[in-house]
Write a protein that binds this ligand. Sequence first.
Ligand code: ATP
Length: 355
Amino acid sequence: MRALRIGILEGDDIGLEVVPQTVEVMLAAAAKANLAIDWHPVPIGKKAFDELGNTLPPGTLDKLDTLDGWVLGPIGHQAYPRNNPNSINPHPILRRHYDLFANIRPSKSYPGVPCIYPDVDLVIVRENNEGFPPDRNVHLGYGEFRPTPDMTIGIRVITRQGSQKVARAAFDLARTRRRKIVTAVHKDTVFKMACGMFAEECRKVAAEYPDVTFNEVLVDTMAAKLIMKPQQFDVIVTTNTFGDILSDAASALVGGLGLAPGLSAGPERAMAQATHGSAPDIAGKGIANPYAMIMSGQMLLAWLGHKHKVPAALSAADLMERATEAVVKARKVLTRDMGGSASTQQMGAAIAAAI
Ligand code: ATP
């Protein structure tokens, strides 16, 4: 088997702190599991703008085309220079260019770590390229417009194919989990055509997975259920914006955004990307929690291991998961948001050492 080709895109703000720790941990796991990885630093974000004049330099996509996957740090596009065609938010472009249609966001809590519930273990699978986001739901132009100064129209896109693909990703994931339950979240009672189509496709896919339990919950009911009894959920599949909101809420149940990893996966490639943003309020202080980014890297190795049938990548992912959980459960080297006093670097080093 050839070496896996993995890109390192640090992103902005705390990305410059949590991504290097993630790479350290992935390196340790790869060494232990005898996994060959070719690493490729790729420019993106504010640093790329300052050095190369573009937040998504022309060579970046060419480079990514040659890779199996990459680790993307959070993007702080709100702070990019305004009205400059060279300072765009690269997110939607990456997601669409590589058809990264499934955004997989786990929320898992640990007893002893500050959280609302110590026994949550769920994953939200969110459709990533359709729905409401106006910067990615149309081919050309922008999915919001203002016909008069006092009226704005926003559009939402739902396709059968997109719904089916994300539903299948959720059922495939559920099959690998202990409880094997998929809950489709929508509001087909009101959005009869859009949510209706999404729900129909989920039901069709459910019929192909008789070993997985399937149920449906309306999104507003879900908001309440998630807060009252999140333990009942295993895999939740939903449309773009519902998933974005519910996954931030789910992260709060288990201790906050520092504990919320994520993977955006497509037919050929996957991108490790934590749920949190670039957190400019804590950037440069060495206090960001690297857990979310490290576990996103773990998800990437697991995905690549399955996709390319590389047992060493699966072993490396398993090592990363066990080492991270061991450090979290020992509660000796944790960042502040997890109730400790360690720095980002110390926590990353402790996880690498545990491997
Ligand atoms: P975006 O819209 O880009 O997703 P956001 O508005 O959700 O960003 P974040 O940048 O994720 O905002 O930050 C939200 C809060 O969570 C901030 O107070 C931030 O400090 C905190 N936070 C985010 N990530 C981490 C982390 N890895 N460790 C500790 N705190 C974090």
